[in-house]
Design a protein around this ligand. Sequence first.
Ligand code: MTE
Length: 318
Amino acid sequence: MANIIRRPDWFLPERLATPERVFMNRRHFMRGLGLAGGAAFLGASPFAQGGPADAPAGGAKYPAARNPEFNPGWPLSNEKVAANYNNFYEFSTNKANVAKLVGKFVTSPWSVSIGGLVDQPLTLDAQEWIAQMTLEERVYRFRCVEAWSMIVPWTGFPLSQLLAKVAPQSGAKFVRFETFNRPDQAPGFERLSDYPWPYTEGLRLDEAMNPLTMVVTGVYGKPLPKQHGAPLRIIVPWKYGYKSIKSIVKIDLVAKQPKTLWETINPAEYPFESNVNPKVPHPRWSQATERMIDTDDRVATQLFNGYAKYVEPLYKKG
Ligand code: MTE
């Protein structure tokens, strides 16, 4: 396990404190042995198994300009490793298999509705939305509850911009998100037939309106591949990854905290709030550190995944 090196801005793994040439040589050597992170499943293309979204209209919008506020200079996680290490239970519980099973998944046309306690409900095709919005790229850390993490350039726009369009009513306190429910296009539905499908998630309205919360339509400068949640998903970078629901078909503003899929299955392990916190262990493992998916470096986990300056005020009591 790599040493954890403390730096003022983050806790850097050893490789980032190692001169680049020495590090590259070590990687080269490890790759020769087949030991580098994820080497076993690195094919020629991350999308070799039918991963790209169907007819991703608006391709001209990629890559979008990177928002300087979220351009931290950290090395990005390897794109191919990220595209072949997916949690998407509608397809498989095996991360390496998701990209191989998305072939029948139809992501265009794709209707998304926003409704509930709003004055101007909307139903639009995902590509129409994408065409209307100004896209930007942001490099975020992404931390799964399973204690792995990656650093990824997401493309999209703040969810708050979308919510402003539907004019939330004063009674709206939470946002509920819902994924597609198509057992004919994704084998996981039948294999996990006792799960309370469709996958649903939720946020408090103020969490949804926080500038960090993004509707994501692309990654690594391209439209989202299916296994990452085409045609659109959300990313909530200070919360564990299960809150970042993929392939959304419905967004509802509601008065009461909605029941989510994971909270219904196991509330003790996957609670609604789910803020990244190294001091609160998962009932079955520590959350103090995380493993980078491509390098296997182990780094210290940060409160709110390092985004405390943006979100701490949301959780101040009183
Ligand atoms: N969204 C849906 N619809 N289905 C899922 O199984 N898994 C979640 C989240 N969103 C999931 C989902 C979990 S546990 C994680 S860690 C992330 O997606 C993984 O996103 P990625 O595969 O793009 O890295």
